[in-house]
Design a protein. Sequence first.
Length: 364
Amino acid sequence: MADDKKKQQWDIWKELDELRQRHKELAPMFARVGIAPDFVQSANSLRLELQRRPPTAPLVTGERDKDAQAQEEYKKAFASHFEEVFFKVESFLRSPWPPETEFLVTPIHEELAAQHRALAKNPLVAPSFEKLDLMIEQYANLDAMDERLNRAAIDARKQQLTEVLGFPLVVRRQLAHPEWELLPPLASDEYQQLLNSKIEAYRETDWLQTRLFDKWYVALEFDAIWARLKRDANDRERIISQLKLNWPKLGNWAPDFPHADLVWYLLLVLVCVVALIAEWWWWAGGLLIWLQLSVIIEKHHVQLVNKRRQALLLECGRFKRIRDQISSGKFDASQVMRQLKQFNFRHYVSEQGLLLLQSMSMHR
């Protein structure tokens, strides 16, 4: 069992990493958990930049004006070389990386300031970058950091990323392989509760929010609505329960008893026949009236159920167009909100789904 869970976790991370490679906007959030090949590559390039030699002094030609001009250009090139190095280090430190590594950023800034001062004091003497090189190497390598690095916080953030960004991938995998039983059925109340909790966790986690996953979570919400609409349109018992058709009969009190209503009406007919034979006219008359009312009300109930079912089927057709548009990933949240206002079964849309749509419409 533990091996299956480990394999599932690995599969999710493999897919998440592939997703990171395809969508560059996901890179910053993966960098916050220490997964950033581009960041490590930038660190290696920066370390090579620190080892690059500055411009060499020009040869003296003996011509005063020419030598003076060459010396001035050399001073500018020398200063420009190190200013460029300092700028690249500053830019590198602004790149996304786990916040827990901040304890190394201040010393790097202090070392940069010391090199600035050394260069200002001796404008044509190259400062030593050995210490800075070691600090950048350690900063880019989490494994090389000491106990000051809060690894538990990074692991917790990584778990959060897995649970929030991995959920749409798990749903996609479940739809491709129904036999895996990774999730409850899409039309079930259990799945709706799970999806609501995932959307809520996503909305509360600012650093994980992207336009891509906004669309994915909205698509999950509308897929679940579509599944429940189809289920309800084809489930007569559920329609009856939603309409609260409670004319007294055995089926209302014993829903698990097979053919309860048939037994109930046969029993009433039998009692009515016995009452007629025994000449219990009041009992017989009351039962006949009751049976006649039952027939009338049952017909009315059937009409109500059919009307409700037709309304659900009609909404299914209207809703499918919205759902297909969202599934394509090319939709306007404000337009979808307007379409939902014309949707007769808005209670199928969860509060979390609506809040996510509203947030998308405000930040389009």
